[in-house]
Design a binder for this molecule. Sequence first.
Ligand code: PMP
Length: 470
Amino acid sequence: MYEAYLADFEDYGPKTVDEVRKYLDRTRRSREIFEKISEYIPYGVNSNQRYYPPYPIYMKRARGSRIWDVDDNEYIDFNMGYGSLLVGHANPTINEALHKQLEDGILYTFPYYLLEELTDIITDILNIDMFRFSNSGSEAVMFAIRLARAFTGRDIIIKVEGSYHGTYDNVLFSIWPFRGLAGPRKMPVSVLETMGVPDAMEDLVRIVPFNDVDPLVDILEEEGDDVAAIIVEPVMMNAGIIKPEKGYLESLRKLAYEYDIVLIFDEVKTVLRAGLTTASQLYGVEPDIITAAKAIGGGTVISLVGGIEEIMSLVGPTESIREQGVVHAGTYNANPLSLRALYVTLTEVLTEKAYKSMMKLNREIIDGYTELLNEYDIPGYVEEFGVSGALIFSENRVKNFRDLMNLPFDLWYPLYYAMLNRGVIPMATGPEEMWTLSVQHTEDDIEKYIEALADAFEVVSEAKRYVEEW
Ligand code: PMP
C-alpha cells in the first residue's frame, strides 16, 4: 500500500520520494495506530481536514511551541490548532486558570457568574451590542444564518466561492469546487461539497466571487428581495490568505443596506488575528452580525455569534404563539472551563506587546520565504494577516478563488514532508492553509524554521522542475 504511495511521488523527482520514504520511516507508530483505528474511525481522524495521505501523525504531548508525536519526534508547531492557539500549547497562564476551574467544577449548565465581567470585554473588543456563546465556529455560523432568516423573513444565503464556514448544511457549497462543475468565473455555480444535503438546500444558496461586486449586483437585481444574508470572511483565510481590495467590503455593506439584507462577517479565523480586535474594525466596515471562534478561547472549545441589538435581541424563548424567539441552545455553551480560558486569553495573554513580538517573528518567516522564492526562481509570494501567513505559488496577487484554483498546489506535499522530516510543522494541514505564530514561539524557533525551509526548497525546486515536465 505504501509502496504504491511512494511510487506516486516518482513524478515529483527523487528528492521528494526520499522525503516521503523518510516520513514513512519516522512515523511507524503513527502508521500502526492509523491502520488499527481506521477500521472503526473513517480515515482514522475525527475531522476530515486532519487526514492527509498516506496517514497523519498521531500526537501525544505539546508544550510551548513544541509538539511530540507517538514516535517521539519533536516538532516546532506552526499549525497551532488551525490558528486557534495564539496562546501556544499548555500556556502557563491559561493552565493556571484551567487548574483552578477544574477544582471548582467544569460544567454547571447554570449561567456562570464570570459572564458579568466578560460582557464589557467582549462587546468592546468585538465592537458588538449583544452576543451569545456557542462551542464551535460551525455552530456560530448556523445561528448567524438562522438569525438572518428570522430577521428578514427570507431564506436565500449568498456565499463567496472558496470560503469555508464550517460543517453546517447551508454553507457546504463551493468551498473547493471541481473546475468542471464550478461554472463561469463571473457567474459561479453553487456546487455541493458533500453527500447527504437535500437538493432543496441548493435552491437556497447563491455563489459569488470574492473581490468582485458586479456578479453580486446582478444576483441582487434579480432576487435581492429574497436574500436573507450575505456571508463572507472579511479576509479569506481558507484559500490561502486573500485580502479584500479597497472598497470591496464597503460595497457589500452598501448593497446589504440597500436590499435590507443581513451582512454576516465570519470572523472565526480573522478575529484576534491581527491584534485584539476584528477584521471588521481593521477595515472599518461594520457588519450586522459576526461569528467568532478559534483564538478567542485560548485553545478551549468556545465560539460566539454577536452583532447589532436589533437582530441579536430576537434570540430567546417563545413567549406566545405570536411572539416566537430564535432558538439558541447547547449543553456545553459558555461552560466555565472555556469561559475561564477565554477570560485570561483576552485580559492577560494576548497583550499589545505580545502581538508586536508575534508579528515581528512572522515578518522574519515571510522574509525567509521571499528570499528562497527569489533564490530558486519559484513564482510565489506570501500573503500575511497579523500573526499568520500563507505561501501562494503565484506570480500575480491572487484576488479570488478562481485565481487560486489553477496554481501548482501539489508542490505543497514536497514542502510539507521535507519540513516534517526536519522537525517543523510549517503550517496547518493542507495546501490552502497557513501558519500561525503564538506568544510562545521564539527567535530560535524561527531560525530553525528558516533553516529547515532552506533544505525544503531544494526538494520543492526539484519537484517543480519535474512537475513542469508532466
Ligand atoms: N468559519 C470559518 C471562517 C472557519 O475557518 C471555520 C473553521 N476553520 C469555521 C467557520 C468552522 O469552525 P469550527 O471548525 O470550529 O466548526
